[in-house]
Design a protein around this ligand. Sequence first.
Ligand code: GCU
Length: 688
Amino acid sequence: YAESGIDAWLRYARLPASATKGHLNYFPNRIVVLNASKNGPLASASSELHKGIKGILGLDLDVSSSVKSCSAQKTIVVSTLETYKSSCGKLSPKVNLKEDGYWLNTKGNSVQIIGQNERGALYGAFQYLSLLGQGDFSDVEYASNPSAPVRWANQWDNLNAANAAHGSIERGYGGASIFFENGLIKEDLSRVPLYGRLLASVGLNGIVINNVNADANLLNETNLQGVKRIADLFRPWGVNVGISLNFASPQVLGDLTTFDPLDSTVIKWWTDKTDRIYQLVPDFAGYLVKANSEGQPGPLTYNRTLSEGANLFAKAIEPHGGIVVFRAFVYDQLNETDWKADRANAAVQYFKDLDGQFDDNVLIQIKFGPIDFQVREPASPLFANMPKTPVSIELEVTQEYLGQQCHLVYLPPLWQTILGFDMRYNHRQSYVRDIVSGEVFNHKLGGYAGVVNVGMDDTWIGSHLAMSNFFAFGRLAWNPQADSQDIVEEWTRLTFGLSRDVVAAIVDMSMKSWSAYEGYSGNLGIQTLTDILYTHYGANPASQDNNGWGQWTRADSKTIGMDRTVSNGTGNAGQYPKDVANMFEHTQTTPDDLLLWFHHVPYTFKLHSGKTVIQHFYDAHYTGAATVQKFPATWKSLKGQVDAERYADVLYRLQYQAGHSLVWRDGISEFYRNLSSIPDKLNRVRNH
Ligand code: GCU
């Protein structure tokens, strides 16, 4: 069970004696939990500490709630700040905790884990257990606060698959839904608290349980009772539940003839529904809405604006304290013969003019790039076009365009290119991470959504190594400046143990993996070059063009790339603030890795690196594939240091990736050699 992956990074494997030597004599012998609410996060903190310390150190600590023990020796005190102050006196030094933040002090022979709220205390407990699990007994004393209040997982679960009873997951690679089957909430929800525990352990505080392409039937009474059962199981982990809405629900569920957001019967319908949800789930997190996108219904059907659509829900949910997360992923099919048509322009075109028209409890959720989770995109310009509206960033943990868990691709380095991008709003430093935290434009709301898409698979997500992306998503939502290598090191120790060889190997492969995948898939900002029509898997550069999806490359026999300049193209570069717009407008100032995102150039165009575009394609494909060719041997060197089950599973996938990278390499290289008739200087690419 522990080896199967269900406990993921929370295995609490026993530390080897060499790692605990000299530490156990001084270790606390009891856990004191103050004023825990029934089945709340503090109670979880207490049971988790007990379980974790037993697993990691083999110590069976006493657990009590006696206030007298506040400052006793050899005690782990777990409490909210408020309770601590009233029961035990001041905390010194004075600490500054934000919502969900915690204070962790392991100095001396007692430990203080003090949360701003119960959830914060739970996060502090997990942090402490992470240190212990890594064999780190050093003295620490610090406060830690989340970068933003909204840190949610999104699940794209369907109530049932088209031809099967079980709930499928859109772009999910880890099996059937843990929530749904037969159009209903499952009877057996035993995976839900286990998922809640994983979410909480990395600081995630909310979850949207169903697909953004939403089934209105989730709102029937039977299913709402089921949502309550799910919320009850997540609550001990401080994870609040939200749902995706189908805009046409008032009509689809049968009662009304319209879903016009300004119609009074529609308003009443949503108000009643929302009231009912809050009767069942008083701490319900909110609604997620995909409207007027990819065939989904929305307010535009009635000539109402997207903000009128969002505010319909915002008003219904406001009295209960919930929020509406409205997705900016709205676009139409386009005609490629129009040189100026550009899907990357859609979000700003739809949303910019609505800035200021959304109710205060609406959060606009923006995919990290302007198109769709590609291997390389610039940050979405919408981040810098809605100063009056709080926004969040949507990241995709599930590897839709990035190898679907059959390729190892560790994503934080990609995410951090976006989070660390400076939008230069009004010529001032304005990193995307500080826009989504609410800091730059001074909003209380803001945050992170990660499309995680775990399923019933024992690995949760479909592959053992891919779980580092889930772990890292939580870590980065908490602290977007955390070092991505540190994160994968921590994850590896907790998941696979302390062996230096194992840690070095997994960290090395992970840190090389995104760049390798970019190497053998799409380079220079041309997008992933995967099949975009159906599977989003495997090499298929031809599928990008000659369709209405707008993920074009505009490749012909002489030239390639999207001209997104203001002077001659789609004008997309001009959607960014001035400094950034100027940079992207010109080939000289556009970084090589985004050249073909912004410019249409000859294959012979010289990059800053000195190579031509076409030679870069060839070289990158060979280098990228060569990198992952080495992964199986790296993994094999760990034989005997990783349990047999995970060893075999990971090896199988890495061997597959090594092989598939050759298919990618040759497929893409051949394609562009044929199209351009320009040979590879090193003569590697030729007809077979
Ligand atoms: C992608 C994905 C879809 C999803 C959509 C969305 O296009 O392939 O499955 O529904 O994004 O985010 O809404």
